[in-house]
Design a protein around this ligand. Structure first.
Ligand code: AQP
Length: 340
């Protein structure tokens, strides 16, 4: 009998910063897509990227607390910690070690073009640190460290992913096929959820509270924030992001949470006012978040369990990372180790 050929599983990798309370943007653009990879084909790693978070000044105690909370959100959103590798970036030193090597294969001109750097420098003019500038190289290291094939992310990270691909191809061009060149996976709807108050800007967890819906906001807060969301002065419910950004953003949220297109969501609300549109958004958001919130509450009452998951999974991630790191170190010519 012929032995069946077992294909190695493809690696899926993504991370979220514990830089604030997660928003509906993080959920729709990234988190809810993490569950969509069949386990017989994919090995998924989801990281709490605390090293990225300190590119902006953080309160240490609050950051530590948010790392655990974010791990809880991963689990509460349905990621089984026995089947997915859920871990903290700072527990795996390979991220920083690979980043240093990749820094030497990234050009200043490439980093200068990154729009997130420009946006964040404008937001944090008093702290434009080197980490903010080299953030995309750390992101490339996160991804390439595990030979990742697929990266589920929001549209705002497209440019960073392109850079990771360029770095991988550049490195492979010099040393042979070392890295898998990763592909981005973006949701069809909701890849860019916009601010409730300035719907031409993305919803961001480090912006003022009334601009975003936090995943852990109670129903009355969700209702209030959506009620105050910016729309426009004519009362037509139409999906037209250029001319009606506020209304279109609300339609996209409904569409993303009900697996419709925004046009279908608009058609269902034809002839009704913005009050009805907002009620519909509120209902969809609350129905989506309620189960996640109650599971998260349960998990946070047992922090030891969540900490245990992070510790166990960091060991797995470390083993996987070290294998790749040693390969890269050998390729660039670092000194041999353990050859006596
Ligand atoms: N508004 C959004 N719409 C769709 N996707 C989004 N993501 C973030 N905001 C939106 C996706 O969430 C994942 C994790 O992002 P992150 O927290 O690591 O960093 P970020 O993109 O910089 O997100 P924030 O909320 O704006 O964080 P802060 O304010 O801390 O910088 C990514 O896949 C991202 O695309």
């Amino acid at each position: 009998m012929e032995t069946p050929i077992i294909q190695p599983k493809k690696i899926v990798y993504s991370g979220i910063q514990p830089s604030g309370t997660l928003t509906l943007g993080n959920y729709i653009g990234a988190l809810r897509n993490f569950n969509r990879f069949p386990e017989d084909e994919y090995q998924c790693l989801y990281c709490v990227v605390d090293m990225h978070a300190i590119t902006v000044r953080q309160d240490p105690a609050a950051l530590r607390k948010r790392c655990l909370e974010l791990a809880g959100i991963y689990i509460a959103s349905g990621l089984d910690p026995k089947k997915n590798v859920l871990y903290c970036q700072s527990h795996v030193s390979g991220h920083a070690e690979l980043m240093w090597i990749l820094n030497c294969f990234t050009y200043m001109g490439e980093l200068n073009r990154m729009t997130q750097f420009k946006d964040k420098s404008a937001k944090h003019a008093d702290n434009i640190n080197a980490g903010l500038f080299t953030y995309p190289v750390l992101m490339a290291a996160d991804i390439l460290l595990f030979n990742t094939s697929v990266v589920p992310i929001g549209a705002d990270q497209k440019q960073h992913l392109e850079l990771a691909r360029d770095i991988a191809q550049r490195f492979n061009g010099i040393y042979g096929d070392v890295f898998t060149v990763p592909e981005g996976r973006f949701g069809k709807v909701g890849a860019r959820v916009m601010s409730l108050q300035e719907p031409t800007r993305k919803m961001s967890k480090s912006d003022p509270e009334d601009t975003y819906i936090a995943l852990l906001d109670p129903p009355d807060v969700i209702r209030r924030k959506i009620k105050r969301a910016v729309t426009d002065s004519d009362a037509e419910i139409r999906f037209d992001p250029e001319n009606k950004p506020g209304v279109s953003n609300l339609l996209s949220i409904i569409a993303a949470l009900t697996d419709q297109t925004p046009e279908q969501a608009a058609a269902e609300l034809q002839g009704q006012g913005y009050g009805k549109l907002k009620e519909r958004v509120t209902d969809c958001v609350i129905a989506t978040l309620e189960p996640l919130q109650s599971e998260h509450k349960r998990l946070m009452a047992d922090k030891g369990y969540v900490q245990g998951i992070l510790d166990e999974n960091a060991e797995i991630a470390n083993r996987m990372a070290t294998k790749m790191l040693r390969k890269v170190q050998r390729k660039v010519g670092f000194a041999e180790r353990g050859r006596r």
